[in-house]
Every structure is written in C-alpha cells, then in structure tokens.
Design a protein around this ligand. Structure first.
Ligand code: ADP
Ligand code: MG
Length: 309
C-alpha cells in the first residue's frame, strides 16, 4: 500500500517585504511531499530558507504563494487542525527558566486544550530521557537537556508529525547522539519526523529522504540512498609491491592524491573511467598491485556540488 502523504507543499513561495529594504525571496516555488512514518531531512546552508519553511508550517510566517496541506488539512482553511497535527521544535531555545520540566509540560498541554486526565507528562519525559530531571528548574538543565525539553514541549498534544529546526545546533557531539536516539525512538513509535540540519553526516545517518535547499530553491529531493548513488567521485588506494612512483595517469578526471609506502591513492569520476583502465595502466608501468580498496565520496560532495554558485 502506498503510504499517505502527511505533508504536501505545492508552489510554496515566500517573499519578505520590509519598508525601505529590498524584498527577500526566501522560498521559491517549493514542491515537496513527506510520507507517513518517514524521517525527512531538509538540508541547506545558512539563509537557505529552512526556518522560513518551518515557520510557515507553524503559522508564524505567512506564505506569499502556494498551498500547504498537513495531515489532510489545508493551512488556509483549517489552521487549527494543522496546528493540532504538528509539534514544532524551534531553532531558538526559549524556555521559561523558572519552571521545572513537569510544570512546563503541564502548562503547555493546557495551552493546547489537553485535559489533565489526558496529559501524558511522565510518558513524554521518559521518551526524551528527562524523567530524573522532572522537578529541576529549567535554568539548571544542560544545553542538551533543554533541547530535549523543547522536544517534549512539542509532544504534549500527541502530534503525528514532529518538526525539528536545527535541533543539534550548538549541542556537543555526545548529546547530539543522544538527541538523535530520542528522535529515532519517536519515529519508531509512529511519529513522522521532519528536521532541518546543516550537519550532512547526521542527515545521511538519520533520514530516509533528503531535500536540499539553496537560496530558497529545492536543488535536490531524493532518498538518501539515491543521493549517495549519485555521488560521482570514487577514491581508490592501490597497495603495491614496490615503491615505484608514477608521474601521471593519462585518464580523464583522474587525479593522483598521494604516493609512497607501497601505496598509490587516486580519485576519479565514475562516469569517465572504469577501475580496470587504471589497473591496466599501472600494470603497463610494471607496477605490481597487491590490494585495492575503494571509498565513495560522501553526501557532502553532492551538497557542495548542488549549492556552489
Ligand atoms: P535558514 O533557516 O535556512 O538559515 P531562513 O529561513 O532563516 O534560512 O532565511 C532565509 C532568508 O530569508 C534569509 O535571506 C534571511 O535573511 C531572510 N529572512 C528570514 N526571516 C526574515 C524576516 N523576518 N524578514 C526579512 N528577511 C528574513
Ligand atoms: Mg534556520
């Protein structure tokens, strides 16, 4: 069965207009769908339009053009249902430092009209691994804990879709790992995840599909697997039996990256050369190859290629 689209965006544009300043085209004719149960990542450099997109979903920014449908509801016709379907974790940490996590979640649930008996405060605290901090002042929590508390806040009304805007910005490596584990756990219990990040490696590890945004334009949209397959650059290291060096290998796109200690490392573009051609060339130069190891470039290459201009 085809999974249903839980978010459908068509021709979405945003132009910020301020008096006395030139208009900013923050989103340009954006089209994308997110499917139920997936982890979707929106990648892009600073200023790409990621937060604008998320803030439109959250009703904080008003779109200039296009349609947005969330969980079957149109954002113009049913803004309340859209709001009820989404939990949004904003980029900026804004927590009242004088409340403890439990109190904060209860207040927030109240704001969403969740009745006391329907509140799942302890369950949420457990989900984000804050159960032992439930009664500490928010101001005494570490940066990572505050981030997790923001996620908890976004979950009080049990939204089927959770959106995180750069959740790991400014969070150290260890806590980041922990944060992602929590997000994965939420996904496992059925929550669809949409996140933005500029940590490519994380998007690669976390997301089923990735969209790449640059200057308000969606420059790529594919499964993480397909994006990685599109990576053209291969890096190969040959282990050789002697220390014989070569001047150059006259094959299109081939670069010698390093030589020495019985090793020759080269890079080349997959669509220009087959590895056999390199091996033939080395053999013709009387270089005896003992072992070959290859590595793909990473998604960073795709990203750099797509966003450079
Ligand atoms: P990202 O989250 O990817 O870094 P943003 O959505 O924050 O990008 O910003 C996209 C563009 O819109 C940037 O050029 C930014 O300066 C501009 N922008 C964002 N918010 C506003 C605003 N409130 N008024 C005017 N311009 C804005
Ligand atoms: Mg942003």
């Amino acid at each position: 069965m085809k999974k249903k689209d839980v978010l459908s965006v068509k021709n979405l544009s945003k132009i910020y207009t301020k008096n006395n300043s030139t208009p900013v085209n923050a989103l340009n004719n954006l089209n994308l769908d997110v499917k139920q149960g997936e982890i979707f990542g929106l990648l892009g450099p600073n200023g790409a339009g990621k937060s604008t997109f998320i803030n439109i979903l959250g009703g904080i920014v008003i779109k200039s053009r296009g349609t947005v449908n969330v969980w079957g509801y149109d954002i113009d016709k049913d803004p309340r249902q859209v709001r009820a379907s989404l939990g949004i974790v904003p980029q900026e940490v804004n927590l009242d430092p004088f409340f403890n996590p439990r109190k904060l979640l209860e207040l927030h649930a109240g704001m969403y009209g969740v009745k006391r008996k329907d509140q799942i405060t302890d369950e949420i605290l457990r989900l984000v691994s804050l159960e032992s901090n439930a009664d500490s002042y928010a101001r005494s929590l570490s940066g990572g804990m505050k981030r997790r508390l923001l996620i908890a806040k976004a979950l009080v009304h049990k939204p089927p879709i959770l959106i995180l805007d750069e959740p790991t910005a400014g969070v150290d490596v260890e806590l980041r790992k922990n944060l992602w584990e929590n997000v994965k756990l939420l996904n496992k219990i059925g929550v669809t995840i949409i996140l933005t990040t500029h940590y490519l490696i994380e998007a690669e590890q976390m997301c089923d599909r990735i969209g790449i945004l640059n200057n308000g334009n969606l420059v790529a949209l594919d499964t993480t697997k397909n994006l990685i397959n599109k990576i053209q650059t291969k890096i190969v290291t040959f282990t050789t039996s002697g220390n014989k060096k070569i001047d150059n290998i006259p094959l299109k796109s081939l670069k010698i990256l390093s030589q020495g200690e019985n090793k020759i490392t080269v890079s080349y573009e997959k669509n220009n050369i087959k590895i056999d051609e390199i091996i033939t060339h080395l053999s013709n130069k009387n270089i005896n190859i003992l072992d070959i190891s290859t590595a793909d470039g990473n998604i960073e290459d795709v990203y750099t290629n797509l966003t450079k201009n």
